[in-house]
Design a protein around this ligand. Structure first.
Ligand SMILES: Nc1ncnc2c1ncn2[C@@H]1O[C@H](COP(=O)(O)OP(=O)(O)OP(=O)(O)O)[C@@H](O)[C@H]1O
Length: 330
């Protein structure tokens, strides 16, 4: 296949044989091939030092690859001007990198101002973006970074990365510095935002749960910068490519599969003839299998009712959960 061909169906990001050997001889990334479709969220995951950040930073040329080529929307960017390139790619890092002595609004306005917007337009845009990431501009715009919680600062980082309206966002451990509860909430919010805005996202994490929860596809890196597997969460958990991946996703990967497998109407049984006493409290059809199984166990009933909005659509039994898991791979 001609990797330079552009056109419909072309990936938004393509890494073709991209590798990095640092000057001291460290092979951080072996030759990696990786396509990311437009609007897709891809998570790079793996143990410490396996080359995830290096791979991410090669996409916006903060680090120069030593081999291979990188295509953005069909264009070879390996020789592009790195500064120009970075303007079209949002970048979010764990430490957020806000200017400590500037108010939140000014931190976000930096980017539209850089693009030559007037102060008034930049301010308006920054306020909209704060609102988009769930921070009330009336309350937060005039604060300084140290007057915000870690999770709030992280949202400002996302707002600033969105300010140039880039089609692509790169995120390096964006939710790493916050506690687990805030982390889950930020993950949920960000997934909703990404779906709404249709951004193409590459996100680095060392947390396999975060990766399979958020990624449409997940790239698992192994020591020495080897791409061990690139697959959907369901494929990855059900069919690890090798022992390293199997070990990394863990012996409880069956449970992880429950979290990433949606419930479907075809896995339900009809309501007919079911007496109220056999039925646990109802769950929504858009639940994951994990939520469904948790509800079954909680109610200690042989089956649970499933609703689509206000309408009962059937009952789920443990056998239905099992069938759903098996069929999720077809
Ligand atoms: N400037 C550098 N010079 C030499 N080696 C480097 C340099 N930067 C990173 N490395 C090495 O390259 C390898 C990959 O580093 P990288 O930061 O990409 O890993 P990572 O998977 O993101 O790790 P972590 O999860 O710990 O952040 C590591 O062995 C690291 O020590």
């Amino acid at each position: 296949m001609d990797a330079t061909a552009s056109g419909p169906g072309e990936p938004m990001i393509r890494l073709s044989g991209v590798g990095k050997t640092y000057d001291d001889g460290t092979v951080a990334v072996q030759e990696v091939d990786l396509d990311v479709a437009a609007g897709e969220m891809v998570c790079l995951v793996g143990p410490s030092g396996c080359g995830k950040s290096t791979t991410l930073k090669m996409i916006n040329r903060l680090i120069e690859p030593t081999t291979g080529r990188i295509f953005l929307d069909g264009q070879d960017v390996t020789d592009a001007d790195p500064v120009e390139l970075r303007r079209g790619i949002g970048y979010v890092i764990q430490q957020v990198g806000l200017f400590p002595h500037q108010r939140i609004i000014n931190n976000v306005m930096t980017v539209p101002l850089l693009y030559g917007e007037s102060k008034a337009t930049a301010r308006e845009r920054a306020r909209e973006l704060l609102d988009t990431v769930g921070l009330d501009p009336d309350q937060y715009a005039d604060r300084y970074p140290h007057q915000l919680s870690g999770g709030q600062r992280q949202r400002v980082g996302v707002a600033r990365a969105l300010a140039a309206n880039p089609p692509v966002l790169l995120m390096d451990e964006p939710f790493g510095a916050v506690d687990p509860v805030v982390r889950t909430r930020l993950q949920d919010e960000f997934m909703r935002l990404q779906r709404d805005l249709g951004k193409t996202v590459v996100l680095v994490t060392h947390d396999i749960d975060e990766a399979v929860r958020m990624g449409n596809r997940v790239a698992i890196f192994a020591a020495g910068g080897r791409l061990a597997q690139y697959a959907t969460p369901t494929e990855l958990l059900a069919r690890p490519a090798d022992d390293f991946v199997a070990d990394f996703v863990g012996s409880t990967r069956g449970l992880r599969r429950l979290a990433v497998t949606p419930l479907r109407e075809e896995h339900l049984e009809p309501l007919d003839g079911v007496t109220g006493g056999a039925l646990g409290s109802a769950i929504d059809l858009d639940s994951s299998l994990e939520e469904a199984l948790a509800a079954l166990l909680r109610d200690d009933k042989p089956m649970i009712g499933v609703k689509d909005g206000a309408r009962f659509v059937g009952v789920l039994t443990p056998a239905g959960v099992h069938r759903a898991l098996r069929e999720s791979l077809r």
